[in-house]
Design a protein around this ligand. Structure first.
Ligand SMILES: C[S@@+](CC[C@H](N)C(=O)[O-])C[C@H]1O[C@@H](n2cnc3c(N)ncnc32)[C@H](O)[C@@H]1O
Length: 494
């Protein structure tokens, strides 16, 4: 079956979140469904040109696993892709007829979020919402602000979420019959971070997750986004009891390239005591090794007497207080662009960011007392080798009474004040090590590092961090040197 790959022009493509699924990926998704009823009511929400339903139909026709009829419901908002979608559905009908399967379809050229939210919200007062045995989805991906129409619609159906894709998945899961199956491909961003906490709760409470698949290579990501997003495919079944074990697989995204598949206890993916419900995906053997190392660490930031916060200076809110160059009455303002290897280089006149902020009654709540701080970037570029990039702020090289840390960085502090220098240097080594980076990649598929992510990590105890600091003769060590000394100190403590 051929699928016309016509999609909306570029700008509209962004608005619609329209990134069509390549055929091999769609075929792989279709292959994940378990046994299906004789008559399958299928939902394809945000159907595009119909690639996912076509893959579902191809699988049924090849597998001949007892399905006699498919009743497909498709939602697609874009008028420019409707012809291609109808064409694909007619193809599906033809292929099914040849295989002795009845195929009926209904294309709704309307807004899935708006329509389904309303039907779910109206409940008793109108026709009940439709129900489905199976859903296959590559939902649109776009942030939705608090006061957007999408957000208002979703709220009526009891869904509070900040992205269109999680809105789609939350609605789809509400439309599944008990035992109904959902195979979806989405960004991996919902697996961690505070913004998706409600979604994770809802997802994990109502869907039994049987399979998670990640793409190893960045090239395989077909969503064009300014923040690197890894995609994830999941197979989940409507129900309230997670399986004891879950299949985790990964591939490069190339046709037929299955790299690895492991079966692990579900409790390793979502820890039963984790109130944040992070979803860990140990797709590569190095991730499993990193977990072993991290599982042996028993200190938390709190037990070390430390906290981590996001830089308080949101520059566009304090515009009038910012200065390109330091002058009387200002204090240093530190952005990630001031990171310079292991230390901070300030001021940086050539930077395209202000170097200073006025220190007065208005700005003081957003400043911190100078001291030794450990800083990490909140966003790394795609080129950076590690997701976690830490550096030490040393008051001896930047003299000031107060400091501004800008919102694109996180800072480790002791109750709002600076850290003991050895502790900061030990944390510097630990957080810049490959083992922490690999552990971090188990639960984070994007380049953003939230303060919550850092708060949730396990840390070496104080003495081990101090031992690491003692080994750090300079902050300018190679990755290999950092890894060696971190490993040596972690092993010495066992
Ligand atoms: C990521 S694309 C995936 C298309 C197709 N399922 C595939 O996998 O190739 C998402 C699709 O959802 C459509 N879409 C966006 N917002 C929608 C909405 N509110 N209701 C229905 N469709 C929508 C877009 O036009 C786009 O075709």
């Amino acid at each position: 079956m051929s699928i016309a790959a016509i999609s909306a022009p570029r700008q509209r493509q962004g608005e619609l979140g329209q990134f069509l699924t390549p055929v091999p990926v769609a075929a792989f998704m279709a292959s994940l469904f378990g046994p299906l009823p004789e008559v399958v009511r299928l939902l394809d929400a945000g159907a595009g040109a119909g690639a996912l339903t076509a893959a579902f139909v191809s699988r049924l026709c090849k597998k001949k696993d007892g399905v006699r009829a498919v009743e497909a419901t498709l939602y697609e908002l874009d008028p420019l892709i409707q012809d291609a979608l109808s064409g694909t559905m007619q193809d599906c009908q033809r292929v099914c007829a040849q295989a002795g399967i009845r195929f009926d379809f209904a294309i709704h050229p309307s807004d899935f979020i708006r329509e389904m939210s309303a039907r779910l919200a109206e409940g008793l007062f109108s026709a009940p919402p439709p129900t489905f045995d199976a859903a296959i989805a590559n939902p649109p991906y776009r942030k939705i602000s608090m006061d957007s129409p999408e957000r208002r619609h979703l709220r009526c159906a009891g869904v509070e979420t900040s992205n269109l894709y999680t809105g789609f998945i939350a609605l789809i899961r509400r439309l599944l019959v008990p035992g109904g199956q959902l195979v979806g491909i989405t960004p991996r961003s919902f697996c961690n971070g505070p913004y998706f906490r409600n979604f994770r709760e809802d997802f994990l409470r109502n869907l039994e997750v049987h399979r998670l698949h990640v793409f190893e290579s960045r090239e395989a990501a077909f969503r064009d986004d300014s923040v690197l997003q890894e995609n994830i495919i999941f197979h989940a079944v409507s129900g309230r009891k997670q399986p004891r074990e879950i299949v985790i697989s990964s591939s490069s995204g190339e046709k037929g390239n299955m790299v690895a598949e492991v079966v692990i206890p579900f409790s390793e993916v979502v820890h039963p005591l984790d109130t944040e419900k992070f979803i860990h995906i140990p797709s590569a053997p190095v991730h499993a090794a990193a977990k072993k190392t991290m599982d042996r660490l028993h200190s938390s930031l709190a037990s070390l007497g430390l906290s981590v916060s996001t830089g308080r200076v949101v520059d566009f809110r304090l515009k009038s207080a910012l200065r390109w160059e330091p002058e009387m009455g200002t204090v240093p303002l530190v952005y990630p662009c001031h990171f310079n290897g292991g230390t901070v280089r300030w001021p940086k006149p050539e930077a395209r960011k202000p170097n200073a902020i006025l220190s007065n009654d208005e700005t003081r709540p957003w400043l911190v007392r100078s001291g030794v701080y450990l800083l990490t970037k909140r966003f790394t570029s795609k080129e950076e080798r590690r997701r976690l990039v830490a550096c030490v702020f040393d008051p001896e090289s930047v003299e000031a009474e107060w400091l501004g840390f800008e919102n694109h960085l996180n800072y480790f502090h002791a109750n709002g004040h600076g850290l003991d220098r050895n502790l900061a240097v030990g944390l510097f080594a630990f957080l810049n090590s490959t083992v922490v980076d690999q552990y971090f990649r188990r639960f984070s598929g994007h380049t953003q590092v939230n303060a919550t992510d850092l708060r949730k990590l396990a840390y070496p105890d104080r003495r081990t961090l101090q031992a690491m600091a003692a080994e750090m003769k300079t902050l300018d060590l190679s990755q290999h040197e950092i890894d060696e000394l971190v490993e040596k100190c972690l092993h010495a403590r066992q």
